[in-house]
Design a binder for this molecule. Structure first.
Ligand code: SF4
Length: 451
């Protein structure tokens, strides 16, 4: 897979989600936000416990999650227009020495400065495609910066402008919990790395890209593989070719939706809750399992409901409902189609007639798509403006700060994965790259998965 060109810069005259939140908070626009705190700069809530306002504000943040130190006052107090001028000037001074990457869910005020815009994997590849850059400024979240560090050169510094930009879903699978799960599964199923007479191991671990480098390293050490929301089915096919069961983490919904579409019955996908013995399942459930689903979820995509889809269909006859596979299964079932952010983008681009789209994914991406495709009617299924809390931690003030520090010869907020974790994590990523759709999965294995 190659790096993508920038395809989703915001239209300069369309109001951004940030500006709409400001207007709603000031009473100058109708509509509602999930928290009025969103109207404040992230430095106002970086020191408060929790993920901050937005979709993940109810999630439990791990005790050891990185915290961002104080952003210098000059950046906190600078007017927005000045910050944009300073970012442009710093980028111009740095030239090819820096590449700025912006995730699809990032706020427009930051995305407008990105050299590449994409999903986490596209951006990791974009980082790889710029060996000339001394620094890669990743305007996404922590696990994405780690992945960019895994795939970029050893001399390149990957920078996360705000260290508090984690991901609540990735944080739901911590390495100690996963090691403990593996040990408990061994107690039930026997040695997990030993193949049976058929050449298949009892369990293959599969982790979603949205996980820490430590989890990717664990997967790499145990013959497992990484997946994205674009290739989850291909990866699960490869995993079933190697093993009798899959342990899928951290997102239960992507795992369930993908396996269900492959024909795996729901009653053969027990949940693993790391706070319960045997994950809350019985030993028999685990022996009978085809996919063991980790109890993780994305708080952005969990907001979408069947009721929202029903309302969209009632108010917009003929509407096409497209949702992300991180949404709950009943939402995916009620939608017309489900797919990755890239799938959603392509579905809209491919529509030749004016179409009404109701989209189930993060609001910044939906608003940007609506601005880019005025021939269509495009709206977010969730009527409440509620961005990804952690992505929202990156503000132009942080971007201006890290870039001006680079101009001054200083690298701040570097994300570097330890070598002992990086080696197996890269193996798990390489296995994913080698997995091809419709590959050579034995027919008896396909039948076994469907059984
Ligand atoms: S949208 Fe969900 S999975 Fe993506 S970074 Fe935000 S919390 Fe994590």
């Amino acid at each position: 897979m190659t790096a993508t060109a920038l395809v989703l810069r915001p239209h300069p005259v369309d109001p951004s989600v940030d500006h709409e939140i400001q207007a709603i908070a000031a009473g100058a626009a109708s509509g509602s936000t999930c928290s009025t705190e969103l109207a404040a700069g992230p430095w106002s809530f970086d020191d408060a416990p929790g993920y901050g306002p937005g979709a993940s504000m109810g999630d439990v943040i791990p005790a050891g999650a990185p915290r961002q130190g104080d952003l210098p006052r000059a950046y906190r107090e600078a007017p927005e227009a000045e910050l944009h001028d300073r970012i442009r000037a710093a980028k111009s001074a740095l030239g090819d020495r820096v590449v700025v990457l912006g995730h699809f869910y990032q706020r427009d005020e930051v995305v407008q400065h990105a050299d590449h815009v994409g999903d986490s994997f596209q951006l990791a590849n974009a980082a790889k495609a710029h060996p000339e850059a001394e620094a890669i400024v990743f305007c996404g979240v922590h696990f994405m910066a780690e992945t960019a560090d895994l795939l970029s050169g050893p001399e390149q510094a990957v920078i996360l402008p705000n260290l508090a930009a984690g991901c609540s879903m990735a944080d739901m699978a911590d390495i100690d919990q996963v090691e403990e799960c593996w040990e408990q599964l061994e107690d039930v199923l026997g040695p997990l790395d030993d193949a049976d007479a058929d050449g298949r191991v009892p369990v293959v671990p599969v982790t979603y890209m949205n996980s820490s480098a430590a989890i990717k390293g664990f997967v790499g050490r145990h013959g497992g593989i990484v997946c994205t929301s674009s290739n989850a089915r291909t990866v699960l096919e490869r995993a079933f070719a190697r093993g009798r069961r899959v342990l899928f983490f951290p997102d239960q919904h992507l795992g369930r939706n993908t396996a269900k579409a492959m024909g795996v019955p729901l009653d053969r996908m027990p949940m693993w809750n790391p706070r319960k013995a045997l994950g809350g399942s019985t030993a028999d459930d685990l022996r009978d399992a085809q996919v063991v689903l980790w109890h993780g979820f994305c708080s952005v995509h969990r907001r979408f409901t069947v009721g929202q889809i029903d309302r969209a269909r009632a108010e917009h006859p003929g509407v096409r409902v497209v949702v992300h596979p991180e949404c709950p299964t009943e939402v995916v079932d009620a939608a017309d189609e489900a797919g990755s952010t890239d799938h959603i983008r392509r579905a809209i681009e491919a529509a030749t007639e004016p179409t009404t789209f109701a989209i189930g994914t993060e609001v910044n991406l939906v608003r940007r798509l609506a601005a880019l495709h005025p021939q269509h009617t495009i709206f977010c299924l969730d009527p409440v403006v509620c961005p990804c809390s952690t992505m929202y931690r990156i503000h132009p003030g942080y971007l201006a700060w890290v870039l001006e520090e680079l101009v001054a010869g200083r690298v701040v907020n570097r994300i570097a994965v330890d070598a002992d974790v990086a080696a197996p994590a890269r193996i798990a990523l390489e296995r994913m790259l080698a997995a091809k759709p419709g590959g050579t999965v034995r027919e008896d294995v396909r039948e076994d998965v469907r059984a």
